[in-house]
Every structure is written in structure tokens, then in C-alpha cells.
Design a binder for this molecule. Structure first.
Ligand code: ZN
Ligand code: ZN
Length: 412
């Protein structure tokens, strides 16, 4: 498609931080309008929604996320980003499309162009969602909170995709949970500060925090069943400044990954129980304080709709290029927010963006099973993440067209 490579390279050169995707949103809106779509801007801050109606038929929602990351690009591409931005803490940060959301925007704009150009191939209503703030788990909920379901046709199915470190040209998905839930929060533990020489006159928050960190390890070991899994990581533990001062508080930052709603509830409940309990037995003068940092829901593929999508993708690409993921990824997404809010099935899939040569002798048929990637293959969020343009863009566009056609083909 003429202009698509240039569009992609332009987006790649100019990434924007989550919830600040103003330039990207303007390009998306202008492009959609020129293609003939009804366009609404500023949905949930910088979100853009395009609607294209073509007679009676199902409403199919297609979603792309738009945000970049505070990463210094090191790909060496001639269209690499050198832009910087100001993060929410007021710091200047480098910007990079290190998660490939520029690929997602380009692919969806490629698909919208084809839908608008030839209406004889489909019927019903298409809703193209260009979502802000995926990396911070804010954008999908912000669009829902901005009246998305009342302002636009209610979807019968939600479809979304993500580019990743698989061989370009391949597509993978699975029914059921495909991405983990992620819950992050900050906990403040309160003690009573004093002189390091007289601990009897204090409540030491460092000892309290150390007990919390140790005891949290028992959640996965002793409270999660053998067949289930979870990750509880304390990624930050800060307290005190000087060796002879017992500080008055400690701060922990915790990240939790789970793959099942019941396990998630149990793990989060256990964390609260342990933290509150350790504060009590330490004689803390005040209850611990919890602040949510972000919450990504589980990404769950509806089983029947996934089968429909896999059949459609297999028809488009052939069986060798469509593979089943054996396990969900521990990464997280907020795509599921749309389907959950609308009460309709969702299907999410991953498509490859990596030059197949970089896999060497690795058996590319075992994508879902591979535990570690070859060192030469950069992952999402790496400064070296550089999807190859061909056939990545074509694959992403074709996947959207094929999956949507499973619902809105006039021959269905
Ligand atoms: Zn991403
Ligand atoms: Zn990401």
C-alpha cells in the first residue's frame, strides 16, 4: 500500500508517552477522515474512534494502542527516534516505540483503508479504536469512562493484536487466558523512629519491612496450588538514610502477576493479610497505607470466538504460519477492558515482527513452547526492538482483515 511504510517510519520517529499521544492521534484522525470514516477525537483524553457503517450486520471492534515508552532507542535504524518527552514526574525522558504500538497503528490504518475502499467485501459496522495509554493500563478504561459504550455502536466482538519477538509472518494465539493480570501497588509501613542505640524506644520499620518481604515469599510457595501459578515481586524497598537512626517508615513497591481471577483474589488478599499482620505484631503505631500504581486485567480469549479467528487466520495464512500458544504470556494488556465492559467476546493474538534469520537453527514451529529466545532476538521494551517492515505490516493488516471477515463477511 503506497504511503504505509512512510507512515510507519514517521510514527516510529516520533513516539509519545502514555496519555499524551496528541501528534499520533492527529495523524490517525486525519488519515481516517481522508479514508471516509466518521471520526471522533479526544475519547478518554487522546483516544480516537472511527466508525464505518455498511448496512445491517454485526458490530466488529478493532483496537490498536498508540503509546511509546521512555526508552533510549539503540536500533541504529535510519528512522530511529531521537525525540524526548516530559514524564508525569516532570523529568525529560528519551522516547521510543519499544513495544511496537506504531506497528499496531499502521496496521489498523492499513486495514481501515481497505475496508473503506471496497464495501462490497463486508457488511455491518466497523469500530476502529485507537487507544491511548496501554503501557500504564489507563487508556482503555479512560475511553470506557468517557462514555464509549453509549457514544459508539456497541461491539458484538472485540479484536486486537500485538507484534512480538516471533518470526515475521507468523501469528499465534490461544483460547482462554492469553496474558496475565498485573497488579502493582506501593505500601507504606509506619514505625516510630529514634536513636539507633536505643531500639527499645522505637518501632523499627526496616525490621517490619524485612519480615513482610520474607513472609510474602510464602504466598506463592504455600498458598498457590501446584497447578496454578503466580508471581509476587517486591521491586523496591526504601527506608532510612543513616546507620544510627531508626527511621519512622518504610516503603515497598510490589508487582503481582496471575493467570486466573480466583488466584488473583487470593494472592492480593494474602498480601494484605501478611502486611497488616506484620504491622500488628511489630506494634506499628498506624496501619499500613496502600496506593494502587496500576492494575491490568486478565486478557481472556473467548473459546468459540478464538476458534473462529484461528480458522480465519489459517485460511488467510495457511496452517504453517498460524500456531497455538501453549501458555499465556506473563506480560499484561488492557485490551480486555473493552470486551468486559461491552459484555461481548474478545480475541487477542500476537504476530511476529522479527527477522526469521535471527532465530538461527531454533525451531520456529515451537513458538508457544520456547522458554528463552535466542540472544540476538530483541524483545518488546528493549532498546533494540526493531520489527522488520516487510512482511510484518502486511501480516498485521491481513490478520485484522481476515479476523473481521469471520464476522462481517456478506457471505456468512
Ligand atoms: Zn505493547
Ligand atoms: Zn509494552
Amino acid at each position: 500500500m503506497p504511503g504505509l511504510t512512510e507512515l510507519y517510519q514517521d510514527l516510529h520517529r516520533h513516539p509519545e508517552l502514555s496519555m499524551a499521544e496528541t501528534r499520533t492521534a492527529a495523524i490517525v484522525s486525519d488519515t481516517l477522515r481522508a479514508q471516509g470514516w466518521d471520526v471522533t477525537e479526544h475519547v478518554g483524553s487522546t483516544g480516537v474512534v472511527g466508525v464505518l457503517q455498511n448496512g445491517p450486520g454485526p458490530v466488529v471492534l478493532l483496537r490498536a494502542d498508540m503509546d511509546g515508552l521512555p526508552v533510549q532507542e539503540d536500533t541504529g535504524l535510519d528512522y530511529a527516534s531521537t525525540d524526548t518527552g516530559i514524564d508525569p514526574d516532570g523529568r525529560e525522558v528519551p522516547l521510543m516505540h519499544a513495544c511496537g504500538h506504531d506497528v499496531h497503528v499502521t496496521c489498523l490504518l492499513g486495514a481501515t483503508a481497505i475496508f473503506a475502499a471496497d464495501r462490497s467485501t463486508w457488511c455491518g459496522t466497523l469500530v476502529a479504536v485507537f487507544q491511548p495509554g496501554e503501557e500504564t493500563a489507563q487508556g482503555a478504561q479512560a475511553m470506557i469512562d468517557d462514555g464509549f459504550l453509549d457514544r459508539f455502536p456497541r461491539p458484538d466482538v472485540c479484536l486486537g493484536q500485538h507484534v512480538g519477538p516471533m518470526p515475521a509472518g507468523t501469528v499465534v494465539t490461544r483460547p482462554g487466558t492469553i496474558m496475565a493480570a498485573a497488579d502493582s501497588f506501593r505500601i507504606r509501613l509506619f514505625g516510630r523512629g529514634g536513636h539507633g542505640s536505643s531500639p527499645e524506644n522505637t518501632v523499627d520499620p526496616i525490621v517490619m519491612g524485612a519480615a513482610v518481604v520474607g513472609r510474602l515469599q510464602t504466598i506463592v510457595a504455600r498458598e498457590v496450588a501446584a497447578g496454578d501459578s503466580a508471581v509476587v515481586t517486591v521491586g523496591s524497598f526504601n527506608s532510612g538514610h543513616k546507620e544510627n537512626i531508626i527511621p519512622s517508615e518504610a516503603e515497598l513497591k510490589i508487582n503481582v502477576r496471575t493467570f486466573d481471577e480466583a488466584v488473583r483474589d487470593n494472592v492480593l488478599h494474602a498480601i494484605h493479610r501478611i502486611v497488616d499482620g506484620e504491622a500488628t505484631v511489630s506494634g506499628a503505631p498506624k496501619e499500613p497505607e496502600y496506593t494502587a500504581l496500576n492494575n491490568f486485567p486478565l486478557t481472556v480469549n473467548d473459546a468459540a470466538a478464538t476458534e473462529t479467528v484461528v480458522d480465519a487466520l489459517t485460511g488467510a495464512f495457511g496452517p504453517d504460519r498460524v500456531q497455538a500458544m501453549l501458555r499465556p504470556l506473563a506480560g499484561s494488556e488492557d485490551f480486555g477492558v473493552f470486551g468486559d465492559a461491552a459484555g461481548c467476546p474478545s480475541v487477542f493474538w500476537h504476530f511476529g515482527g522479527t527477522d526469521p534469520k535471527l532465530f538461527g537453527d531454533n525451531d520456529t514451529k515451537e513458538i508457544g513452547a520456547r522458554s528463552a529466545l535466542p540472544a540476538a532476538v530483541p524483545t518488546n521494551h528493549s532498546p533494540f526492538f526493531a520489527p522488520i517492515i516487510d512482511p510484518t505490516l502486511q501480516t498485521g493488516i491481513q490478520a485484522l482483515l481476515a479476523a473481521a471477515a469471520a464476522w462481517n463477511s456478506p457471505n456468512m
